[in-house]
Design a protein around this ligand. Structure first.
Ligand SMILES: [Zn+2]
Ligand SMILES: [Zn+2]
Length: 270
């Protein structure tokens, strides 16, 4: 088994189909020896019917109040943002916000995506609804992923192997390497059988060959899943994946990676 000290893709109740609070997730992280937890709720139109209402996003706006070091666990504030078009834009980029949560006008007007991203340490770029990719070519999908990865707040692409959007693996992986960013190997992708499992495996093999960093995460939607990446690790072992390319192997390696990519500089604590 690998040494993986960080779980950097996890959800709380805020995501609406997840079931634990941030405090429950932090406790679960401490109990299983995770030293750094990133909380990355969905930032997506799957959250609210009236998704244009800025008051719905106070959870993100105020996550800076969480202690950095909480129950011996260092906590990062992130989100998993939906890629919503072929230009690699994210949910909220086209939602104008005229007033703050308390009704003060923004001058100039801001967009929802900027307002959320600027308060967070980093962002995971994921495709969930893939309507916008229907009928598109592999080249167009590849460009979409690369553009998303190039957003200065994005540190890695989430569950790219199970999103069901075909893309040119080498092009995306090499761009990730150039940007000092990563792609994710996600435990949830191994929960059920399917072609996507082979894609995830192939991604791991190619990352190892090209020297591209991966981030191995649970995508926990309940606290009991925090830190549990056994299925993903079994696949990595099977393909002989090198430990040193796992960006979240230690707290230090993850934070150094974030800093090297230019996404953010968070001082090591604990
Ligand atoms: Zn989810
Ligand atoms: Zn997720």
């Amino acid at each position: 088994m690998y040494q993986i000290e960080c779980d950097t893709h996890t959800h709380t109740l805020y995501s609406r189909h997840a079931y634990s609070t941030i405090e429950e997730n932090v406790r679960a992280a401490r109990d299983c020896g995770i030293k750094l937890l990133a909380s990355t709720d969905h930032f997506s139109d799957m959250l609210f019917g009236d998704y244009e209402n800025v008051k719905n996003y106070q959870y993100f706006f105020c996550s800076s109040n969480w202690p950095r070091q909480w129950n011996d666990v260092m906590v990062l504030r992130g989100c998993e943002a939906d890629i919503v078009d072929m230009e690699g834009h994210f949910f909220g980029h086209d939602i104008a916000v005229e007033k703050s949560v308390v009704g003060d006008p923004y001058d100039p007007e801001r967009n929802l995506q900027e307002l959320v991203f600027e308060r967070l340490d980093f962002v995971i770029a994921s495709v969930h609804a893939k309507r916008h990719t229907e009928g598109k070519s592999v080249a167009e999908n590849t460009k979409m992923y690369i553009k998303a990865l190039e957003n200065p707040k994005v540190f890695f692409i989430g569950h790219i192997g199970r999103a069901g959007v075909p893309f040119d693996m080498d092009e995306v992986l090499l761009r990730a390497k150039e940007l000092n960013k990563a792609v994710e190997i996600n435990e949830h992708s191994f929960f059920w059988e399917g072609h996507h499992q082979m894609v995830c495996r192939d991604i791991a093999v190619r990352c190892a060959e090209l020297g591209v960093s991966i981030c191995v995460n649970t995508d926990a939607h309940m606290s009991l899943e925090i830190g549990q990446t056994q299925k993903a690790q079994a696949v990595l072992e099977e393909v002989g994946f090198p430990q040193e390319l796992i960006i979240n192997r230690t707290k230090e390696s993850f934070l150094e990676g974030l800093s090297k990519s230019g996404v953010c500089n968070v001082q090591i604590m604990g």
